[in-house]
Each structure stands twice: as C-alpha cells, then as structure tokens.
Write a protein that binds this ligand. Sequence first.
Ligand SMILES: NC(=O)c1ccc[n+]([C@@H]2O[C@H](COP(=O)([O-])OP(=O)(O)OC[C@H]3O[C@@H](n4cnc5c(N)ncnc54)[C@H](OP(=O)(O)O)[C@@H]3O)[C@@H](O)[C@H]2O)c1
Length: 245
Amino acid sequence: MELHKILIIGASSGIGAALAVAMARPGRTLGLVARRRSELDGVAAQVGEKGGKAVVHTCDASDDAAVAACWQAIVAEMGGCDALVYSSGVMPEVGPREFDIAKDRHIIEVNVIGAMAWLNLGAAHMAGQGKGVLCGIGSVAGDRGRRQAPAYGASKAALHTYLESLRNRLSVLGVDVVTIKPGPVQTPMLGARKLPLTVSAEVAGRRIAQAIERGEHTVYVHPGYRLIMGMIRCIPSLLFRRLAI
Ligand SMILES: NC(=O)c1ccc[n+]([C@@H]2O[C@H](COP(=O)([O-])OP(=O)(O)OC[C@H]3O[C@@H](n4cnc5c(N)ncnc54)[C@H](OP(=O)(O)O)[C@@H]3O)[C@@H](O)[C@H]2O)c1
C-alpha cells in the first residue's frame, strides 16, 4: 500500500530520527513526536531537505491524556495517518546489585504503556479505515531474560507479545503490524558501548523503512541476530544463568 502520511513517535533522536529521514520524500508527510522540540525541528529540517513535509508536536508518551490530545491534533494537521511507528524508549544503566522500582516503572511506562497508548489509537484508526501499518521498535533484549537489564528486557518482551496480538487481531482487517528487533544500533542510547554487529542509525532507519513499506512481520535489523538469538533461545536455563550474556 502507498504510505503518504507516516507518524513516528520518538523521532527526535537515534533510530526514530534516522527512520524519518529514510522515509522522507516528495509527496509524503512525516509526523514527528517526542518531548524535545529543538531536536524534532532539526529532524524536520532534514525531512524538508529530502522534499518531504514534516509536522512536529511535542508529547510525553507516559502521559495518557497528553497522548490522546496529541494524536487528535497531529492526525488532523497531517490530514490522516497511513502508518504509525513507536520508537520511543529508555534504557537507563542498571547496576548488577540494583533493584529499583522507580527506575523499572519508568522503563515500563515509556517502553510499554506509552507504546500501548499510541498503538491503541493507531489500531482503532487503521481498523476503521481498513488499511495501514503499525510498527513497534522492540529489541533482541526481549528474546531472553538476560542478567544485565531485567526491566528493559521484560519491557521489550511485553512489546513483542503485544504487537503479535495486534497483528493477529488486525491482519484480517487489512492492517499490517511490524515488529522490529534491533541488535545494537549506534545511537545516544547505546552511547560508547562497543558491541559486535553494531549498525549505524542510518542503516537501521533504511532497513526499518523497507520493512514498513513491505508490511513485514518480524524483522531483525542485522540479519545475523536472527541466527544468534535463535541459538541463544535454545540454551537451557541451567546453562544460560551461568553465562554473562
Ligand atoms: N540503540 C540500540 O542499540 C537499540 C537496540 C535495540 C532496541 N532499541 C530501541 O530503539 C528505540 C529507539 O532507541 P534509540 O537507540 O534511537 O535511542 P535514543 O536515541 O535515545 O532515542 C530515544 C527516543 O525516545 C524518546 N523518548 C524517551 N522518553 C520519552 C518519553 N517519555 N516520551 C516520548 N518520547 C520519549 C526520545 O525523545 P525525547 O527525549 O525527545 O522525548 C528519543 O526520540 C527504543 O525503543 C530502544 O529501546 C535500540
């Protein structure tokens, strides 16, 4: 399906910003949402350089009422919505002996509740028009309960399952639901960490744009991670808990 109006939540930085630039072209309107206005304006300028139109709104994804108001306003200004992408996410450092409910709650509020708040609105809209694409940026971290970041990994596992359920509900209505599972991507979230098979935000943005345009189901941004995570999922729990991965 032709996608003319694409809304990206978490478009101020990293993967969301790179995706906006990758999808920009003449005749397309990109809705750009996050909290930081100046960063969004910078991305809007890059969209404009590629001949696209950008509509910018600020919104905190953890505020349900603000999300509902922002959705109404930005879809009206865009003149509709053919695709909605939820890329917002947080991954604060968690120490090996740290068990902090405030930090964990914040991760769940942005990565899961915020995603549901936006994707529910998108789902109702797409179901009503009988076409469209919903996309969520998950993570390979959601494929197994690794020791480093319990709440972050759990948030991505929840998002993957939620997206799968949405796909099963909406595919009969003509709506595609795309789950993206990036491995490491060079963005402010990754910071200075050096991890194998890291891709640039631009490469990730282009691959995610392709997945959305094709209506693919579950996409590992670096294809090597499909194999790696397939093997990691097979490691027995008794052995997995002894591995520092
Ligand atoms: N980078 C990686 O290696 C990697 C790997 C796997 C998955 N991911 C996932 O990819 C997605 C994008 O991450 P990134 O690497 O691009 O990180 P990033 O550069 O830090 O971008 C995070 C985005 O989330 C937005 N955000 C954070 N809190 C928000 C809130 N309360 N309300 C609305 N927006 C909020 C930020 O915008 P504002 O601060 O302006 O609000 C920003 O646009 C995340 O879901 C992340 O979990 C990243």
